[in-house]
Design a protein around this ligand. Sequence first.
Ligand code: HEC
Ligand code: HEC
Ligand code: HEC
Ligand code: HEC
Length: 268
Amino acid sequence: MKLSTHLTMLLAGAALLVAGVTARGASVVGSKHDLNTLAGVSMPDKQVCLPCHAPHNMPPANYGLSRLWNHTMPANTYTLFDGSTSVSTWNGTGTAPKYVGLDDVSRKCLSCHDGTVAVDSYGGATDGTAWAYSSSGTTFMPAGYQIGGGQNLTHDHPVGLQYPGLSTDGKTFTPGGYDKNPLLFSKTARPVTLDTATTTSGTTNYLDTDGNPITGVGKIGFGKLTVGGVSFANIVGCGSCHTPHDNTYRFLVVQNTGSQLCLSCHNK
Ligand code: HEC
Ligand code: HEC
Ligand code: HEC
Ligand code: HEC
């Protein structure tokens, strides 16, 4: 490798580091996921994390969900994009080949966003101790922010399906033509294009606007679930495009300028 190439990569790395530091300033505090900002909701001690995470005593109904999940979960069955249904258990099943069901993170999002459970409905402790916060909630998701209303996800970008070409363990990708290698997803703010020279070898890179490869700067989040004893770690879900805490790009994992979020998966 030429020295100039090394230098370019070094500089690109430094720029990424700076961008990373900037992004860290973005927080859930004061964002739309800080329920203190939502009219009608009164959070004890102006707490931010509580509607989603329990400090102690995760509600027994949420055992099996990770991340000390504290929000009340509906036992809803959702109609997925292809018309199949995802059962109300945490490990959904589906009928069509690629659609296997909703991962846990998507279910967590929908516990507020489908509009059936109040956003300020959360547990925390059931033993009645003085510090035990819990709320059955009275404020529901405002209409403009509802996703999957009526438990219908057929009008939304597909979720609950396997990413084409990605192995069930989510670790290897076989290029198929329509979809990009999600293992090399870029988190830079610049539009990305596919390095067509490498598509057939399975080592596809994304190129920045100067044509330089962007590698290893962030990956798409895929949901995990188990269906009939088979573990999937390649499920497209809300977490593939969104992040719940960082509101730099209105909770998108990357900026969508020039539709670069879409182009990160779609070979269009
Ligand atoms: C609106 C809901 C919501 C709020 C509010 C929220 N989180 Fe989260 N958090 C999530 C979701 C969803 C996940 C991902 C869950 C999963 O992986 O199953 C998560 C994951 C996490 C994780 C583990 C994974 C990671 O990203 O590191 C930590 C730690 C965490 N949150 C801390 C916090 C803290 C601290 C606060 C308050 C300052 C907070 N969260 C506020 C929804 C929320
Ligand atoms: C505790 C309830 C709760 C959970 C859980 C939750 N949200 Fe939200 N979300 C809200 C509320 C409340 C709003 C803002 C509604 C308003 O301001 O009128 C919101 C707004 C949003 C917005 C719009 C942001 C903007 O700036 O316009 C996005 C995107 C979003 N949520 C995605 C998600 C995703 C993805 C998840 C799961 C990872 C999730 N939410 C989980 C309550 C929740
Ligand atoms: C394929 C990518 C993708 C997936 C998957 C996805 N979203 Fe979004 N979502 C977006 C984009 C793009 C926007 C528009 C963001 C903007 O313009 O700020 C958006 C906007 C939103 C908003 C703001 C209100 C609106 O209608 O614009 C909410 C709430 C939201 N998404 C929740 C969810 C939930 C819940 C899921 C999972 C069921 C989900 N999203 C799955 C890409 C996605
Ligand atoms: C995380 C990867 C990912 C991202 C990001 C993504 N998509 Fe998709 N998209 C998929 C997958 C997987 C499918 C379904 C598989 C297929 O159709 O090959 C799909 C399907 C679609 C479809 C076809 C739906 C049908 O009728 O079958 C459209 C249209 C689409 N996406 C548009 C978008 C747009 C617009 C964006 C940006 C807002 C976007 N996608 C972002 C992965 C993604």
